[in-house]
Design a protein around this ligand. Structure first.
Ligand SMILES: Cc1cc2nc3c(=O)[nH]c(=O)nc-3n(C[C@H](O)[C@H](O)[C@H](O)COP(=O)(O)O)c2cc1C
Length: 456
């Protein structure tokens, strides 16, 4: 049976993200700090039938272990400037009536109670359309240099702390208030029934809590839980907690392996294989002819500089390629930062190109899967990719910046995908969880570890 794809848009609150093409003649990103820039984009994607709009978060900007920031970061807008994604979510919800809204928050940088309160607030304000992309953060130096931590927590320990963080938030969302605790009974002068609002106590290795959760239950209670990071520890974490996983691979065979592993780990964790929805970051260049699409792709590949993409790579992986021996390979490199990122630059057979080759290829290889052609040929490529990988949907990378960056995708490709049954005939509706899971319930599914905190 043809899978009906999930569609998200991949943005960061910065002039232009993955493509680093803010300086391309077609890009129009100077107003990125204004609300109108984002509401125009979200309204367009909502009307076209996208399921969600995702805004990534950088807790810092690319810097190496010594705290040095490559000059290209400031000069060429490499995740700099970057603004706060959570701050715009409620305004986007007010601007667009249907689309889901997903923002990243880091378990390494944030604090469990305040994080839970923020997402509950946003779930109320968006009518149950909020999702949390859980990351342990790619930029670890920022924690030490900018946020005052004394040291970088080792990679796998960050995931252990993330489990504790998320588990506490789950109890706050699911277990702190009974469904009928909120009475707002004027005659009895009872706003909330103290017997039905529960004190939560935790004395964990990383987080402590002793008190009440002061935010009332929202339509989904727990935001839809997304996760990104496919290291061994990352996939184990996702298998327990994530309802949707972000990946960003450009090789179908390798991605098929990642997806099979994720689904197997999900089953081992006691949940159905298809209960984890996996969406792949991908760029789409679509034109009236294949030749024109190829020309536009070549132009985009040539748009970012080597320095800008090397800085992006540093920010995501923690590896400063420019300081390594160009003849060395990734076999000579390890990172306590983004392990997924390094794995993506290996050859599909697991061997590694040289550092020099990686640097040369970065401007044209950055980002996830690249689809190029007419709408009909891209729809063929998409169908084949879904067949090979078992992917559930796409996180569409905006390669020009601004609302216009999606025009060919929404106007040329989406009608063809719909005709072929690869998209629902009409856009999905309901809470974000209902849109993504199709279970008909806004609440966490029973298999989820958070479900055990429900009372009554
Ligand atoms: C599609 C996608 C989106 C991501 N968004 C963020 C983000 O917003 N903030 C962040 O710090 N890391 C982000 N990452 C990076 C990872 O979530 C993760 O923090 C990093 O890769 C380290 O984990 P790992 O070693 O398991 O890969 C993203 C990765 C992918 C594939």
């Amino acid at each position: 049976m043809t899978k009906q794809l999930i569609l998200g848009a991949f943005e960061e609150f910065t002039p232009n993200f993955i493509g680093n093409s803010w300086h391309h003649p077609r890009a129009n990103t100077s107003g990125f700090a204004s609300l109108g820039f984002w509401t125009d984009m979200v309204r367009k994607l909502d009307a076209a039938g996208f399921d969600f709009f995702f805004v990534a978060e950088a807790i810092g900007y690319p810097m190496n272990d010594e705290g040095e920031v490559p000059e290209a970061v400031i000069r060429e807008a490499v995740q700099f400037p970057v603004h706060d994604p959570l701050a715009i979510m409620s305004a986007l919800g007010a601007a667009a009536p249907r689309i889901g809204l997903v923002a990243t928050a880091s378990t390494t940088a944030q604090q469990p109670l305040l994080n839970a309160r923020t997402f509950t607030t946003l779930d109320h304000l968006t009518g149950g359309r909020i999702g949390w992309n859980i990351v342990t953060s790619d930029n670890q130096q920022a924690l030490v240099r900018l946020l005052g931590r004394t040291q970088v927590t080792p990679h796998d320990e960050r995931y252990a702390a993330a489990e504790e963080f998320v588990d506490l938030d789950l109890e706050l969302w699911e277990g702190a208030w009974d469904d009928d605790a909120l009475r707002a009974d004027k005659a009895a002068r009872v706003f909330a029934d103290p017997a039905k609002v529960h004190r939560i106590r935790r004395d964990g290795r990383y987080f402590r809590f002793d008190g009440y959760f002061p935010a009332t239950p929202s339509p989904q209670r727990t935001p839809v839980l997304f996760q990104a990071g496919t290291s061994e520890a990352g996939t184990s974490f996702a298998a327990r907690f994530a309802e949707c996983v972000f990946v960003q691979d450009r090789n179908a065979g390798r991605l098929a392996g990642t997806i099979a592993k994720l689904r197997a780990k999900a089953v081992a964790a006691g949940r159905p294989a298809d209960s984890v929805k996996i969406v792949n970051g991908s760029s789409f260049v679509i034109a009236e002819t294949d030749a024109e699409a190829q020309r536009l792709r070549a132009e985009l590949d040539a748009t970012p500089t080597r320095e800008a993409t090397a800085a992006l790579f540093l920010g995501w992986s923690g590896v400063d390629l420019g300081r390594l021996d160009p003849a060395a390979t990734l076999d000579d490199v390890s990172t306590e930062v983004g392990q997924t990122m390094l794995a993506l630059w290996r050859n599909p057979d697991g061997t590694s190109p040289t550092i020099g080759d990686i640097l040369d290829s970065l401007p044209s290889t950055f980002g996830g899967m690249k689809f190029t052609g007419t709408a009909a040929s891209v729809a063929d490529q998409v169908a084949a990719f879904v067949e090979t990988t078992d992917i559930d949907g796409f996180l569409v990378e905006n390669w020009y910046g601004g609302a216009d960056g999606y025009t060919e995708f929404t106007d040329l490709l989406m009608p063809v995908l719909r005709e072929r049954g690869l998209l629902p005939a009409t856009p999905r509706t309901g809470t974000l969880r209902e849109m993504l899971t199709g279970t008909g319930s806004p609440r966490l599914p029973d298999w989820h570890p958070g479900a055990r905190y429900r009372r009554g």
